[in-house]
Design a protein around this ligand. Structure first.
Ligand SMILES: Nc1ncnc2c1ncn2[C@@H]1O[C@H](COP(=O)(O)OP(=O)(O)OP(=O)(O)O)[C@@H](O)[C@H]1O
Length: 249
């Protein structure tokens, strides 16, 4: 029997007032995937992932996470959501931020202490555990946010532009860590507007103006477009698509 998908969007629409932002979005994210949503600024990536995370609600259509309908407060505990802007308390240290967040999730004191050290190692910030976040660079804050997102070992990780402002070497480390997390069963959804990050995903959706242009593995998308790389493929699908038509792979 075919395994159910971790995230399913069926005919999902989203409007703000009279303005329709997302149009008939259909996506299935397999368990253990690193699924990428690729598209230019303003195409609707954040709106999509916020609906999946249960922070926002679709106007119509179906949104299933772990086979249950979203939004659902209990399900939200299984999700780690990292927004584009960092939600950190500047006057607290990294450790204090993590303790606060871990307590919200009900992680017991001894486990929390150990886990904080683990996650800060993942993002290569062990040396800065007790430094006030005010003194962190943008990239360091991004890394603390990532550490916070994975602290409670969520089954599903939703990362909105996770590596913006992070240098190439550390970006590589973070991607390695994401791969390892999928091997342990985590499913990861990541938004990006950077092609080389999209190439690292197991599956991808290409988006433009609130619609899906193409879906598949990066190789399938390139092949379908007859393109040398994802950038060319994106341009191909942007130009070739008839109004409202989704390219199926
Ligand atoms: N709360 C809101 N009310 C009205 N319009 C909104 C709201 N949130 C987003 N939008 C609009 O929805 C569209 C898609 O925005 P969204 O943030 O989802 O795009 P994005 O692809 O994530 O872009 P970026 O990478 O720049 O964040 C934009 O036109 C934006 O102005």
């Amino acid at each position: 029997m075919e395994k159910e998908s971790c995230i399913v969007l069926k005919h999902m629409d989203k409007s703000f007032g009279k303005h329709q932002i997302l149009k008939d979005i259909n996506i299935e994210v397999p368990y253990g995937d690193i699924y990428g949503m690729l598209g230019p600024s303003g195409c609707g990536k954040t709106t999509t992932v916020k609906i999946i995370a249960g922070i926002s609600e679709a106007t119509s259509g179906e949104v299933l996470l772990l086979n249950k309908r979203m939004p659902d407060l209990e399900l939200m505990r299984q999700v780690g959501y990292m927004a584009q802007s960092d939600a950190l308390y500047g006057d607290l240290s990294a450790r204090e931020n993590l303790v606060f967040f871990g307590q919200l999730y009900g992680i017991k004191e001894a486990e929390l202490k150990e886990r904080i050290e683990e996650v800060m190692e993942v993002v290569n910030l062990s040396q800065s555990l007790d430094t006030s976040v005010l003194n962190f660079s943008g990239g360091m804050k991004r890394r603390v946010s990532l550490a916070m997102t994975i602290l409670h070992r969520p089954k599903v990780l939703i990362l909105d532009e996770p590596t913006v402002g992070i240098d190439p070497l550390l970006r590589k480390n973070i991607w390695n860590e994401l791969y390892q997390m999928t091997e342990k069963g985590t499913t990861i959804l990541v938004t990006t507007h950077v092609m080389d990050e999209a190439e690292k995903c197991t599956h991808l959706s290409m988006m433009r103006e609130g619609m899906l242009l193409a879906k598949g593995t990066p190789a399938e998308i390139q092949e379908q477009a007859g393109a040398k790389n994802l950038e060319e493929a994106f341009l191909y699908f942007s130009g070739e698509r008839e109004e409202g038509e989704e390219v199926r792979l």
